[in-house]
Write a protein that binds this ligand. Structure first.
Ligand code: HEM
Length: 324
């Protein structure tokens, strides 16, 4: 017990007593730690958020000024992806959430997706088309397609069968081997060369770096991705309207709104006819990126059959008309 010194504020004495208890419990000497405190610096904003490191991570490969916009917007997106994964992790891996926590986390994810979809204009009208064409060729074969966090979000949100290419989805419905499902994953369709049908280098590099990790994550999320939580943790008759509303919103955000906002950037900057794309070794992104072609839907049980059938259809039509 620290003797009572009348000149010391009683609140300080109280804290010292508490600290002494805490350090004693761990067999530690409080005085040594107080010595450390005496000499340690006050925390600064720039150290706390690693500001210098953060601001050193933008390294354009070309002299074109808009490349900086391109890099930073990708980085911002990856940080939001990280926040989305942070929420998924808490409700799927760490705890069995009750309705209230589940709802709060899904709301957060929607908030992040809203920010991303609403800010994508930075990539559309916020960059010069001419400059884009100039610097983009220097960045090949890298592509946002290689974003592993984007794939981890998909894997955390739904069963792998819902990410299998539409061509094989029905045939593989009973398949439980993740390697086989992974071999038929939808995103491979977006990474074959238009001229040859061969896997692009972009995909080969991505697979070399991430396939093992993604397949492992599929196994981890087998029974506890968000769709499984929806189907198993809550009984359907009891599930609140609010949860259904937020999950449907998440499906729209992740699988229509963001993909369409992204598609607009490709339409603005890369619009060419398929022959030209083939000649440059490009992918058939026009037949891949619009949501109606892949029909990735995280929570199919929450949609009526005509909504599933026409997934993204009207949205794409409206968008194309608006830009005709
Ligand atoms: C001017 C801006 C952009 C253009 C023109 C563009 C273009 C494309 C194209 C053509 C593809 C199809 C695959 C390929 O051919 O490489 C693609 C895929 C992709 N891009 Fe972008 N992109 C842009 C910005 C972004 C940003 C800011 C992100 C954020 C990380 C991003 C993430 C992705 C993802 C995740 C895919 C795969 C989508 C899927 O599989 O459904 N892109 N992009």
């Amino acid at each position: 017990m620290i003797p009572d010194h009348s000149h010391l504020d009683p609140e300080i004495v109280k804290r010292l007593n508490e600290l002494e208890k805490k350090y004693n419990a761990m067999g530690q000497d409080l005085v040594s730690y107080l010595d450390g405190l005496l000499h340690s610096d006050f925390l600064t904003y720039w150290d706390y958020i690693n500001l210098d490191t953060l601001l050193s991570l933008q390294q354009p490969k070309t002299p074109f000024k808009d490349e900086m916009v391109f890099i930073i917007y990708h980085q911002i997106t990856e940080l939001y992806f990280k926040l989305i994964l942070h929420e998924i992790h808490q409700v799927t891996i760490l705890t069995k959430p009750n309705d209230k926590i589940f709802l709060a986390k899904i709301r957060r994810m929607n908030r992040y997706f809203d920010q991303l979809s609403n800010s994508f204009d930075i990539m559309v009208d916020g960059m010069s088309r001419k400059e884009f064409m100039n610097f983009r060729m220097s960045l090949l074969p890298s592509s946002g397609f290689q974003s592993a966090q984007y794939r981890l979000i998909e894997i955390g949100c739904t069963d792998v069968i819902n990410l299998v290419s539409l061509k094989y989805r029905e045939a593989l419905i009973q398949e439980s081997d993740f390697e086989i499902l992974y071999d038929h994953i939808y995103w491979k369709e977006g990474a074959s060369e238009l001229a040859t049908g061969e896997k692009t280098l972009t995909l080969k590099q991505f697979e070399e770096k991430y396939s093992n990790k993604l397949i492992r994550r599929m196994a981890t999320h087998k029974d506890n991705n968000l769709n499984q939580l929806l189907l198993n943790n809550f009984s359907f008759s009891d599930i609140s309207e609010e949860i259904i509303h937020e999950l449907r919103k998440l499906d729209l955000n992740a699988n229509i709104n963001w993909p369409l906002a992204h598609y607009r950037s490709a339409a603005r900057h890369l619009q060419r006819d398929p022959e030209v794309i083939a000649a440059t070794g490009g992918t058939n992104w026009q037949k891949y990126l619009p949501p109606r072609f892949q029909k990735v839907i995280f929570f199919p049980s929450l949609w009526a059959s005509d909504e599933l059938e026409n997934w993204g259809h009207n949205w794409v039509k409206d968008l194309l008309q608006a830009h005709a």
